[in-house]
Design a protein around this ligand. Structure first.
Ligand code: SAM
Length: 176
């Protein structure tokens, strides 16, 4: 298991060397305590998963869950998403990016702090392979609607839910 800060001066790591295989990379941004990445890694042994969060305790919990599940296809990184991607992900290499429930910044005056916007997705797309998949979920309605609106016209992406722009699930509380 790997937990590390990244420095822009470090060379990009050799992911095939780290995982010991050439499987494609999948990235979860904001893995929290690791519930999702553990399930995904079990379902997709043919992918190498990087679980990323800047929350230290979450990273440690994720490591423990990954170890408990006996998974060899997950590495956990404590780092800020943009600086990590810039320093550590070679362009055009991600097969999957998952962003589940990013910090919602619900107050109107804080919304500009939200991670996911058109500019961020455009930036992210440079690191994704052709045919790669980007999954986004939120339980904040206005965040979800905003992402659904811009993703419908985001260059280089096709919405897999089309003709719907988004899907509402009944997982739990939805925040207005
Ligand atoms: C609301 S929590 C959701 C956690 C998890 N995905 C879930 O659904 O339970 C958002 C997580 O994203 C992390 N996060 C937010 N912005 C980030 C960034 N720029 N880089 C890395 N992690 C980030 C936070 O530390 C937090 O753990």
């Amino acid at each position: 298991m790997l937990i590390s800060n990244t420095s822009p001066n470090d060379p990009a790591p050799s992911w095939s060397g780290i995982f010991g295989n050439d499987n494609p990379l999948a990235l979860e941004i904001g893995c929290g305590v690791g519930d999702f990445i553990v399930q995904m890694a079990v379902l997709h042994p043919d992918l190498n998963f990087v679980a990323l969060d800047f929350y230290n305790k979450g990273c440690i919990k994720t490591c423990k869950r990954v170890d408990k599940a006996g998974l060899s296809n997950v590495r956990v990184l404590r780092a800020e998403a943009r600086s990590f991607i810039e320093a550590c992900i070679p362009a055009g290499t991600l097969k999957m990016v998952v962003i589940n429930c990013p910090d919602p910044w619900p107050k109107l005056r804080h919304r500009k702090r939200r991670l996911v916007n058109s500019g961020f997705v455009d930036y992210l797309s440079r690191f994704m392979r052709p045919e790669a998949e980007l999954y986004f979920a939120t339980d904040f309605v206005d965040y979800g609607l905003d992402v659904a609106e811009f993703m419908a016209v985001q260059p280089g992406f096709a919405n897999q839910l089309a003709p719907e722009k988004h899907k509402v699930t009944s997982r739990g509380n939805i925040n207005e």
